[in-house]
Design a protein around this ligand. Structure first.
Ligand code: DX5
Ligand code: ZN
Length: 226
């Protein structure tokens, strides 16, 4: 399976998101990662369904919407209607995760579940067969530009093994502090969707940064027979 690159527009110029998406797509972005924050689950506030709807009009690749919000059940329909092809929710806020995952799928979107750095992989044990992807946070969510937490690499490996035991080939996504220098190690561990914000948009040439990150990721995937 090839690696998908999902540039995160959190680090882009919010006054020119269309240009940012176009540049990332020219560089080979497979998905556009959209970070939704509510000021409660995480300290930051970002965007909501109307902006996702506007992004959907300009993006040619699927929108990967990461919900860092409390009570995501109240909003999944609005985000699906706005054009989210993938919707991920944090296990930390959902006592009825099974219901939420199936509700997302019933809306026609892929359902992902997200683990914070301090949340153990065992939290996924009874949902592993149902998910369309798992997102491992490799920083504490809320802000772009943070440093990759090294333990995340073994966590990717652990989640991949858990999904395999459940008979689920769903990809593992990783988000936070990924760049040209550490992308190989997370791909080697089994990550197949790579989110990158500052490593793409805090560079002079986001198109080129996307292309180079993708090449590095796929190079690492090719040298690990997984
Ligand atoms: C962090 C967000 C990330 C963020 C990643 O809470 O979920 O998607 O944009 O940014 P970088 O790649 O700069 O760590
Ligand atoms: Zn994210």
């Amino acid at each position: 399976m090839t690696v998908q690159i999902a540039p995160s527009i959190l680090s882009a110029d919010f006054a020119a998101l269309g240009d940012a998406i176009a540049a990332a797509e020219r560089g080979g972005a497979d998905l556009i990662h959209v970070d939704v924050m509510d000021g409660h689950f995480v300290p930051n506030i970002t965007i909501g369904p109307p902006v996702v709807k506007a992004l959907k009009r300009v993006a040619t690749v699927p929108l990967d919407v990461h919900l860092m919000i409390e009570e995501p059940d109240r909003y999944i329909e609005a985000f699906a209607d706005a054009g989210a092809a993938m919707l991920s929710v944090h296990v930390e806020v959902l006592p009825h995760l099974h219901r939420t995952v199936h509700a997302i799928q019933a809306l026609g979107a892929k359902a992902g579940v997200v683990l914070n750095p301090s949340t153990p992989v065992v939290m996924l044990a009874d949902i592993a067969a149902d998910v369309d992807y798992v997102l491992i946070m490799s920083v504490n969510p809320g802000f772009g530009g943070q440093t990759f937490i090294p333990h995340s690499q073994s966590k990717v490996r652990e989640v991949r093994a858990l999904l395999d035991r459940a008979g689920n080939r769903a990809p593992v996504e990783i988000d936070g502090g990924i760049d040209q220098h550490n992308v190989a190690q997370v791909v080697e561990a089994g990550a197949r969707i790579i989110v990158a914000g500052s490593a793409v948009f805090h560079t002079p040439d986001p198109e080129r940064a996307t292309r180079e990150l993708k090449a590095a990721a796929n190079g690492a995937a090719a040298s690990t027979a997984r």
